[in-house]
Design a protein around this ligand. Structure first.
Ligand SMILES: *[C@@H]1O[C@H](CO)[C@@H](O)[C@H](O)[C@H]1NC(C)=O
Ligand SMILES: *[C@@H]1O[C@H](CO)[C@@H](O)[C@H](O)[C@H]1NC(C)=O
Ligand SMILES: *[C@@H]1O[C@H](CO)[C@@H](O)[C@H](O)[C@H]1NC(C)=O
Ligand SMILES: *[C@@H]1O[C@H](CO)[C@@H](O)[C@H](O)[C@H]1NC(C)=O
Ligand SMILES: *[C@@H]1O[C@H](CO)[C@@H](O)[C@H](O)[C@H]1NC(C)=O
Ligand SMILES: *[C@@H]1O[C@H](CO)[C@@H](O)[C@H](O)[C@H]1NC(C)=O
Ligand SMILES: *[C@@H]1O[C@H](CO)[C@@H](O)[C@H](O)[C@H]1NC(C)=O
Ligand SMILES: *[C@@H]1O[C@H](CO)[C@@H](O)[C@H](O)[C@H]1NC(C)=O
Ligand SMILES: *[C@@H]1O[C@H](CO)[C@@H](O)[C@H](O)[C@H]1NC(C)=O
Ligand SMILES: *[C@@H]1O[C@H](CO)[C@@H](O)[C@H](O)[C@H]1NC(C)=O
Ligand SMILES: *[C@@H]1O[C@H](CO)[C@@H](O)[C@H](O)[C@H]1NC(C)=O
Length: 564
């Protein structure tokens, strides 16, 4: 599904980075599909030396939730780029967030942090988050030893790191936060993370850029699909709404007629007939869910959303071999759902949707379906070490973000089935971790939530970002009267459809973080002017922050020593 392009490795790695945000980790059973589309590419990314710093597993011996406590340490991994560094320069930290830190390498080799490091002769680095990649405190993960995976512990790691690290290539220098300004950059979960980092450790982190930072933890996050509904291509959104409604009318209005449900599922083929109603409808968001992985850089963003829309709005039958045999049955279902089976547009849209899901192997038997265990959680259960496991745990403990269809107000036609409710979407918390209480979102929202604000924290977002309604730029939050200042820049990216290669207006998830590679620039590729200007603006306001740094005397002394 990706065209062959120069620098493919780097580009694919970037798309992995963009992919690995909370949404994709939301529906574990769709993981096999992502893997399907990526397995054949080799990641030949830019190489940076990788190190680790030993940090305490437990920073909070006063908090009972971490009992039994431990004094043990573990290696927190980081990738270091000193190529721009000159003595006296600052340190720029890319917070890796909820993924393997290596997925963020393209953000170190190109993009806004690279520009910052180059402009101010700084050290650039990616710092992995505990319990991701290779930064696990324990050799084997269990439902008991995953208890140290909380946002506050991870934030304390980052503070400890900046206060204690000695960079292997620069051992002769003290680059800790006591003598050097540290600026953190993060997107998505990591965007909220760096905002909190600055607020909780103001003496350690001099500034932070929070892009698409989800500062408000929300249990029932039905608003996820609102920006897609509002800014997605209208014919595509409307076709999807109708098709989803047909499914819901059958499964909800005729809930007692199991023959009809079976007829519907067998039209979708594959393993669909073997699935319960809620499992079945959860697969139907395939294609739609790729919206947030779009990017202004055509070689980085997924083309899947555009393909999905083209499929479900195409006026010709695209997959007659698959759908001709079921078309009589499907027309009957459409009629029973209350729509007209003589409306060929509607029938064709629905059949092309089925064909699209079939050709994408959404209902293929991956035979890796995780059984919902009925484990006895009074003893520690083994867990698979993966980003999916770790993010799921964070979701269950303190973040939420269950993207329901059931809570969409009745005045809005949803993009996903109304059968997707909170008990269903959160059921893995009990089956995977034995957690039966709702996430304690107050542990996150005590830092300010929608109202988050702090000196030298920049808030950047995208108009069409599905995560915007969990950020300070959410609809209904009066962020415009906050007034962007050099200390607290507030930037909402809105790129006209004509300036985005796939023709969809807005900007999605941390679109300011990536940049063109040298090769892409050489090939004459250009970023939209809104991206160029947000990069320039970030370099400008971070420059203002660095100008406020207190101990210039210390810097000069250091510079002198280095020259000697
Ligand atoms: C951390 O770095 C040390 C060397 O400093 C190395 O021996 C160790 O294997 C590393 N640990 C991890 C988990 O990478
Ligand atoms: C534990 O210590 C931290 C500061 O290190 C403090 O913020 C927190 O309130 C303390 N918790 C308890 C339960 O005393
Ligand atoms: C950690 O070390 C401190 C100081 O040596 C000690 O008082 C404490 O009991 C230790 N805690 C644990 C859980 O081992
Ligand atoms: C981790 O699990 C493996 C395989 O089950 C086992 O061989 C190993 O001893 C375990 N390691 C620890 C530290 O428990
Ligand atoms: C289920 O619906 C079909 C089609 O409307 C109808 O023929 C059948 O009688 C219904 N079955 C039950 C048990 O209501
Ligand atoms: C999926 O494959 C497994 C293993 O081959 C088989 O046991 C199972 O019945 C299949 N499921 C469906 C729904 O076809
Ligand atoms: C339909 O979707 C498939 C799979 O993503 C894609 O390859 C194809 O180009 C799309 N067809 C149209 C007409 O857009
Ligand atoms: C897709 O459709 C073909 C018929 O064209 C069928 O053989 C196959 O089982 C379907 N696969 C899935 C996953 O629905
Ligand atoms: C047919 O269905 C389409 C898509 O739902 C709708 O926009 C259109 O108005 C319908 N046409 C008629 C004649 O009802
Ligand atoms: C956020 O700020 C607004 C306006 O100042 C205020 O009305 C609202 O109560 C605040 N919300 C929270 C959760 O602090
Ligand atoms: C924002 O600027 C306007 C116009 O200068 C001013 O009236 C308003 O008080 C400012 N808002 C804040 C929160 O400072």
């Amino acid at each position: 599904m990706f065209r062959s392009l120069p620098l493919l490795g780097t580009l694919i790695a970037t798309s992995l980075a963009l992919d690995s945000s909370p949404l994709e980790l939301r529906l574990p059973h769709l993981h096999h599909l992502r893997q399907l589309s990526q397995h054949s590419f080799e990641v030949e990314s830019a190489t940076f030396p990788v190190y680790n710093l030993s940090v305490p597993i437990d920073h909070f011996h006063n908090e009972s939730r971490y009992e039994p406590h431990t004094n043990a340490t573990f290696g927190l991994r980081y990738w270091l780029d000193t190529s721009h560094y000159r003595p006296g320069g600052p340190v720029f930290v890319i917070a890796a967030g909820e993924t393997d830190g290596s997925d963020r390498i393209p953000f170190l080799s190109q993009g806004v942090v690279t520009q910052l490091a180059a402009a101010y002769h700084g050290v650039g680095l990616i710092l992995e988050h505990r319990y991701y990649g290779e930064s696990y405190p324990f050799a084997n993960l269990t439902t008991e030893n995953i208890r140290f995976l909380t946002t506050e512990q991870a934030l304390a790691d980052y503070a400890y790191f900046a206060s204690n690290v000695v960079f292997p290539e620069l051992e002769h220098l003290d680059l800790t936060a006591a003598t050097t300004p540290w600026i953190a950059y993060g997107g998505s979960y990591a965007g909220a993370f760096v905002a909190f980092l600055r607020k909780l450790y103001p003496e350690v982190y001099w500034g932070a850029v929070s892009s698409s930072g989800v500062t408000e933890a929300i249990i029932d996050y039905w608003e996820y699909y609102e920006p897609i509904r509002l800014y997605g291509p209208a014919p595509c959104i409307s076709a999807l709404q109708t098709s989803v409604d047909i499914v819901d009318r059958i499964l909800i209005d005729h809930a007692d007629n199991t023959t009809l449900a079976a007829q519907l599922k067998s039209a979708f083929g594959g393993i669909a007939p073997s699935l319960g109603n809620q499992d079945f409808v959860s697969y139907l968001s395939y294609g739609l869910d790729s919206f947030q992985s779009r990017n202004w850089d055509e070689s980085v963003g997924t083309p899947l959303f555009r393909a999905f829309c083209n499929n479900i709005t195409e006026s010709q039958l695209l997959y007659p071999g698959t759908t001709d045999p079921i078309s009589t049955s499907v027309k009957q279902l459409i009629e029973i759902a209350g729509y007209s089976d003589s409306n060929t547009t509607l029938v064709t849209n629905f059949l092309n949707w089925i064909g699209f899901l079939n050709t994408s192997e959404v209902f293929a038997n991956s035979s890796s379906t995780e059984s919902s265990s009925t484990a006895d959680f009074s003893t520690p259960q083994p867990l698979t070490k993966s980003s999916g496991t770790s993010w799921n745990y964070q979701v269950c403990v303190e973040w939420g973000y269950f993207t329901t269809g059931s809570s969409v107000p009745s005045t809005i036609q949803p993009l996903i089935s109304r059968l997707l409710d909170l008990p269903y979407l959160s059921s893995f918390c009990a089956s995977q971790f034995g957690i039966s209480t709702p996430p304690d979102v107050q542990r996150i929202n005590q830092h300010g939530g929608f109202n988050f604000s702090y000196p030298r924290v920049a808030i950047i977002g995208g108009l069409a970002d599905p995560w915007r309604d969990a950020t300070p730029l959410a609809d209904g939050v009066d962020w415009e009267s906050r007034n962007s200042t050099d200390s607290e820049p507030v930037i909402l990216l809105d790129i006209p459809a004509a300036d985005v290669w796939d023709g969809v207006r807005g900007a999605v998830h941390h679109w300011d973080q990536n940049g063109l590679s040298k090769q892409e620039s050489k090939d004459g590729n250009k970023a939209p002017k809104e991206i160029v200007s947000v990069h320039k603006e970030a370099v400008r306001f971070v420059g203002v922050w660095l100008g406020e740094w207190k101990s210039s005397a210390v810097d000069e002394e250091k510079l002198y020593q280095t020259v000697l």
